[in-house]
Each structure stands twice: as C-alpha cells, then as structure tokens.
Design a protein around this ligand. Sequence first.
Ligand SMILES: Nc1ncnc2c1ncn2[C@@H]1O[C@H](COP(=O)(O)OP(=O)(O)OP(=O)(O)O)[C@@H](O)[C@H]1O
Length: 399
Amino acid sequence: MSIAIYNPVCGNGTAKAFLEEEVIPLLQESNKPVPKLVATERADHAGELVRDALEGSDDEITVILGCGDGTLHEIINFLSLKTQLKGPKARTDKKLHFVLVPCGTANALYSSIFPPPTPESLSDAAYKLQSVRSFISRQRVIPLTLAISTLSGAPGKKVTPRAVISAVVVSTSLHAAILKDSEALRKETPGIERFKVAAEKNISKWYNGHVKLLPAAKVGVVEIYDPSAKAFVPYAEDDDDEDVIDVYGPFAYFLSTVNVDRLEPSFRMTPLTKDIVPAEATCELVMIRPLRDPSLTWDSPETRKAFAPKLTKALYEAYNDGNHVNLTYDENGEVVVGGEGPSLVEYVRCGGWEWVPDDIDESSHVLCSDGLISDIDKGGRVVCTAATPDEDAGFMIYA
Ligand SMILES: Nc1ncnc2c1ncn2[C@@H]1O[C@H](COP(=O)(O)OP(=O)(O)OP(=O)(O)O)[C@@H](O)[C@H]1O
C-alpha cells in the first residue's frame, strides 16, 4: 500500500502542484497504483498520517513524501518516540519505505543521495523524480542511519531526559543559531538565501562549552581527518590510550551529520562521508575552534571580529565541493590550502559526542536537530550517538 503526503508550506509552496502534475502521472504511466494524496495541516501531522496508514494496513507501506528534511524528521520522531502504535498492527511487523520528492528549502537528504549534476538541474522534473523512478523499478532501498540526541537537565534536578532523533544534522553554535534565526525569515525569503542572511547576523559569535568525543564501535578510536595525509588518523596522541577525547571551547562551529554529505545541494559540509566511506554508523563531526588560530590567544570582541572572515572563508569553501576540510593556518594565522600549521576545521569521525554548554553562556544552549530547535537546560548537556537500525525496524529510502 502507498500513500502520498505533501507539506503545502514547505519550500516555495509548490509540493501539491508537483505531485499532481509530475508524480501521479508518472505512477499512472508505469501502472503503479495511484496513492491517496494528503496534505499536512500542521506540525507533526505527517507522523499521524503515517501512523494511521500503518495501522490501517497489513502490507508493507510506501510513503511518497513531497516535502523537505523537516517533515521526514517529524515522521521519524513521531513513530519512534511517542509509541504511537497502540493497536495489534504494530509498526515492528511492517516495513516502512519512503519515496522522496524534494519540495523543501534545503532538501539535504535528497541532494546527498542524488547529487545535482549542475545547479540548474535542481529545478528539472527529471532531477526531482529519481526516488520515484527507483520505486517504480524497485531499484534500491537504503536504510537511514539515525542520530539519537538525549538532552538532560542539571544533575540533581528531577527532569526526565528527552530524546530527539535526526536523519540529517545535529548542531550547536553557528549552525544552530542560523537555523533558529532563519525560521523568522521564511515568509520574506523562502529560499536558501535566508540561511545566508542569518549567518551574517551570527558570524562573530563564539560559544563556550566542552565536548567529549566517543569512538565508533568497530574502529574503537575517535578519528580526525589529516589534510596533509588525506586520510583519517586517531585523534589522540600515540601515548594517550584514552577512548573518550575531551575537547575544550570556545567553538565557532559545531555540527554533526548522518546520511548526508551536504546541507544544501552545493554546501558539502561533511564531504568525507562520501569520499572516504565509513565502515559503520558514524557521526561526521565538523568543529571550528577559533583559538587554534596561531594569531589568536584569547577571546575578546576584537579577536571574535578578526576571526569572522576566516570562518566565512570556511563556509564558502564548503560550497567549493567541500574544500574547507583542506584549509590550514600558516605561521601568521593566514588561512591557506596545504599549509604547515593546524587545520582550520577539525573533521572528526566518531560514534557519538557529548556537548556540555557553559552555564553562563546562553547562546551555547541551543541545539538544532534537522532544523528543529531545542533549548538545553541550564546545567544540562546533550549526548548524541549514531546507529543504523535493522532493515525491518528502520526507515528505508528508495535511492
Ligand atoms: N499545513 C502546515 N502549516 C504550517 N506548517 C506546517 C504544515 N505542515 C507542515 N508544517 C511544518 O513545516 C515545516 C517545514 O517543513 P519542511 O522541513 O518539510 O520544509 P522546509 O523547511 O522548507 O525544507 P528543508 O527542511 O529541506 O529545508 C515542518 O517543520 C512542519 O512542522
């Protein structure tokens, strides 16, 4: 059984028209049953619709989704966290497959699975119909890796920890600030331009806290990309046999992805997940810590301002096919490719991480999970780990 769900307000508001004019006719031509077309009416509604479809059928369910990353995020969280399936037809005995039709703003997951050959191709119907075509020919399904973030309150306070599941990105610092502020700009700037507007507003902020990096199970150590060797190497020094690595701020950028090498069609923030494929479910983590810059020794309004162009350069190089991972400092703190100094970006491959914000720094208490913003309690923390569920229990995508 299949159902088609679209979000009428995602992207530039054309999901319904695209499904009616392109997707449905293609299914008809291919002698596929035409699914019921249903619009989401509010946040979280997509999860309810999928739950109802699961409860009303004995078959495998295919959901054709005309939306962006946020709506898929809502479905995954609704089905995983709220134990919404009460009836005898529990989720566990049915497969749930998704066909993605990219109608959102960023479409990070779709454009990672189907990288656009040119920026112009993004608006081609043929580009947007690739997951539909895979479904029609039953070509290939891939399981989603999930990043599970658990937010807990201050020790001693009786606050129940809460979990958020992500299929694309978990972030704090600049990326979380951008997503938080860009939501308010959705109406006047519907496209990805709103992320740039919000970036400019937040570019000089730093975020205080510390991080623990946890190794992935098979590799057993936290790894970091060495741009001169063009390979991952253990993060810890040889004589340090700690499995868990402590990393101290301030941070300008802190972001971790699963399933994707890009956050927008040409913004390849975690390119190495495609270029050096991990052997297991990992968090691909990008950190920028300004005090690694040899020309800066302390945090002040002046040093934050001086660092802003270097951070901007890293973000622009991510648009240059993910070249930010090759940026290094020279001895004067200038940013160069292939220099002798420390790397500007720390690209870490790990099984998970813990983010502990400084109590007095309010801005470091913001967490973004696939665009959804959560506040971390004062004295609290977030622990995020990556896992790929079994095919029968997980979320499969036609790719
Ligand atoms: N009928 C509706 N009215 C208002 N909001 C809705 C409605 N249906 C869904 N939503 C909300 O719209 C939000 C945005 O959806 P979605 O993420 O799919 O699009 P996007 O933000 O444009 O794309 P992307 O996440 O790829 O950048 C979701 O968080 C969802 O809660």
